[in-house]
Design a protein around this ligand. Structure first.
Ligand code: PLP
Length: 367
């Protein structure tokens, strides 16, 4: 890359920052290959897309798109508050939950402050930390998952934020209720703990926690959720944080006034009430996960057991060329070398036919 002549004028911590690498867009691969039936299993999207209620709400909201959105998100916050049995003052809306993670970093982190997270944790945590000049402390993982003891050892007086994805992306690993609750209880009150529950709806393990139930007990807890995954609204960008109202009040000071657009607000309210779509999406995911794990067992492909809507396979060698071969076959999955997993590929669970095409391509490429 050429030297960026403006780098010396940027804030000093910007030089060490590398941008987030998103999944390759379908249209881009189709353009490159001159094909029209590429399969994207790279961004953990819901293969069904939005449910019927959200689609209807979107069509209706289009009429008002000439107006600014409700900057306070009154109706959506009210719906979320009711959904979670919390006051509306506990809700902070974001342009996707990534926006909320950024709000947390901008509110609680600064040069000299530290955040702690696990090796293989979601890639937005280091970016949000570094973009405000704070220092990231990374705890070694255990069996690919968060090792809470290792995380605890990195916490000191400078620690302001601990990021925990439950389940984690890209590993699909998770923490049981008792373990996570005890960890949160052990933290100093000077330290905010963020439990990122982007995939919570997919998890069926009986001892998997809903951390929103602990908000009354732990005032330093923030729980984040998103409409991008099971609700199928990734393109609209809407997520939220639930927290003590005093934390929400601070987050709302740095929030851009119109960060969630009016279509997203309307669709999210409708999606929240569409329990049937959530149920159908979870069921489709369960079947797709079975389809993948059975095929991987037959093909001798090893993988990290996952409770999310994605599964990360171990190619046993550098995954770059395998990814290239999959792309040539019209299959987009996610390389996770930037997570320190150069031999792995993350595959999102799609429709049965999409999963089947991915499995067939993997059998060819890895065979
Ligand atoms: C996908 C994902 C999110 C959600 O991102 P949005 O900005 O809401 O689309 C948050 N956290 C994790 C761990 C994720 O994988």
């Amino acid at each position: 890359m050429t030297v960026n002549i403006f780098l010396e004028f940027a804030a000093p911590w910007i030089s060490g920052l590398t941008p987030y690498v998103p999944g390759k867009p379908l249209s881009e691969l189709e353009r490159e290959l001159g094909i029209q039936d590429a399969v994207k299993l790279a961004s953990n999207e819901n293969p069904l897309g939005p449910g019927p209620k959200a689609r209807a709400a979107l069509a209706e909201a289009l009429a008002e798109v000439g107006r600014y959105p409700d900057g306070g998100g009154f109706e959506l916050r009210r719906a979320l508050a009711e959904h979670h049995g919390l006051p509306p003052q506990a809700v902070t809306l974001g342009n996707g939950s990534n926006d909320v993670l950024d709000l947390i970093a901008r509110t609680f982190l600064h040069p000299g402050a530290e955040s702690v997270f696990s090796e293989y944790a979601f890639a937005v945590y280091p970016i949000a930390t570094q973009s405000v000049g704070a220092t990231a402390r990374i705890a070694p993982a255990r069996d690919y998952g968060h090792d809470l003891e290792a995380i605890s050892r990195l916490i000191n007086e400078q620690t302001r934020v601990v990021w925990i994805a439950n389940p984690n992306n890209p590993t699909g690993t998770w923490l049981a209720a008792e373990t996570l609750r005890a960890f949160i209880g052990s933290l100093p009150k000077t330290c905010i703990v963020v439990v990122d529950e982007a995939y919570t709806e997919y998890v069926e393990a009986p001892d998997f926690p809903d951390a929103t139930h602990w908000l009354a007990t732990f005032p330093n807890l923030i729980v984040t959720r998103t409409f991008s995954k099971v609700h199928g609204l990734a393109g609209l960008r809407v997520g939220y944080a639930l927290s003590d109202p005093a934390i929400a009040e601070l987050l709302n000071r740095v929030r851009q006034p119109f960060n969630v657009n009016s279509l997203a607000q309307a669709a999210a309210i409708a999606a929240l009430s569409d329990r049937e779509h959530v149920r159908a999406s979870v069921e489709l995911n369960r079947a797709g996960m079975r389809q993948f794990t059975q095929a991987f067992a037959e093909l001798g492909i090893s993988y990290i057991p996952s409770v999310g809507n994605f599964i990360t396979i171990d190619c046993g060698r550098f995954a770059g060329p395998i990814n290239e071969s999959l792309l040539k076959r019209g299959i987009i999955v996610r390389p996770v070398g930037n997570y320190g997993l150069p031999n792995h590929l993350r595959v999102s669970v799609g429709l049965e036919s999409e999963n089947a095409r991915c499995i067939a391509a993997l059998a060819e490429v890895l065979g």
